[in-house]
Design a protein around this ligand. Structure first.
Ligand SMILES: C[S@@+](CC[C@H](N)C(=O)[O-])C[C@H]1O[C@@H](n2cnc3c(N)ncnc32)[C@H](O)[C@@H]1O
Length: 285
């Protein structure tokens, strides 16, 4: 990086950003500087001539270097915006993605505001889906499951910080700890990348937990398992909704048909790509 840190050096916000943008994306640079200064974007725009302290400059330089090494910004700042929440994240959890907000939107449409509803989120990670649903449907009771104890700790801490009280966390594999339990809605953003997909070794994915991403040879092993077991845990007329890969929609619909789901549907993201599929159990008109 062009700026070196010394007590004598006077570097402004504008100079620090310009310098960092030679090596990393502009938005990443802005988010990292906001984090170091504990300031909103508006502050950076309105105070371009503010001089960084030596400590701030050193911290910013260190973060930019880690970003150059590939570490995702969310892991560097420890947080990520999702839906209308700011969630804490660390290397134990998948960084919540904007496309998962589609799943949340669709789930909220199925959950009544004015009466209780039992919702299950499988593979909750940071709690992005479960916590957002619990917050927006305070009458619902949300159960969140994950196999990773470290992910459970992140979810627990997010729920506490956001004062979510209608959420129960269960550590375990998919439905294993839910014997005899039934839900009105099951949602999931399970791992769905094929184990040999070269993308797992590229970009931000390199830093995210493999257990959150990879799912067998074809990427469908977790989805297959969830579809197969879901009928044992859904109320009559209950819904299963889950996120999947950009090219998995028709395979997912076939798996839902094989398990006798009704009203099977896939939903497009903003780019028009089918990214969420689901169906209803034993629906009788
Ligand atoms: C793609 S991430 C989704 C995280 C979060 N729901 C989100 O949308 O940001 C998948 C999650 O499934 C969890 N997982 C993987 N295998 C699992 C299993 N057998 N049982 C329960 N959770 C599992 C991972 O630990 C990870 O947190």
């Amino acid at each position: 990086m062009i700026f070196q840190c010394s007590k004598m050096q006077r570097v402004t916000i504008s100079q620090a950003l310009t310098s960092a943008c030679r090596d990393i994306d502009r938005i990443d640079a802005r988010l990292l500087l906001q984090y170091v200064l504990d300031a909103a974007q508006a502050h950076l725009l309105t105070h371009p001539d503010q001089i960084l302290t030596a400590q701030q400059l050193e911290e910013f330089r260190r973060l930019v270097e880690r970003r150059i090494d590939g570490v995702p910004v969310a892991y560097l700042t420890g947080e990520r915006a999702f839906y209308d929440l700011i969630l804490s994240v660390n290397e134990a959890v998948l960084i919540p993605r904007p496309e998962t907000e589609l799943l949340v939107e669709l789930a909220l449409q199925l959950i009544p505001l004015d009466r209780p509803c039992r919702v299950l989120d499988l593979g909750t990670g940071s709690g992005a889906i479960a916590i957002t649903i619990a917050k927006h449907r305070p009458q619902s009771h949300v159960t969140a499951v994950d196999v990773s104890p470290a992910a459970m700790a992140v979810c627990q801490s997010n729920a506490q910080n956001l004062q979510i009280h209608n959420l129960q966390l269960i550590e375990g594999s998919w439905f294993d700890e839910l014997s005899g339990e039934r839900f009105d809605l099951i949602v999931s953003n399970p791992p769905y990348v094929a184990g040999n997909d070269p993308h797992l070794q590229q970009g931000d994915l390199r830093f995210e937990p493999q257990v959150a991403l990879a799912a067998g040879d074809d990427g469908l092993s977790c989805i297959n398992h969830i579809i197969h077991k879901a009928p044992d845990h859904l109320e009559k007329g209950g819904w299963l909704l889950f996120e999947h890969g950009y090219n998995q929609a028709s395979a997912c619909r076939r798996l839902l048909q094989d398990r006798d789901f009704s009203n099977i549907c896939s939903h497009p993201d903003l780019a028009g790509i089918m990214r969420v599929s689901g169906g209803q159990l034993n629906f009788v008109e």
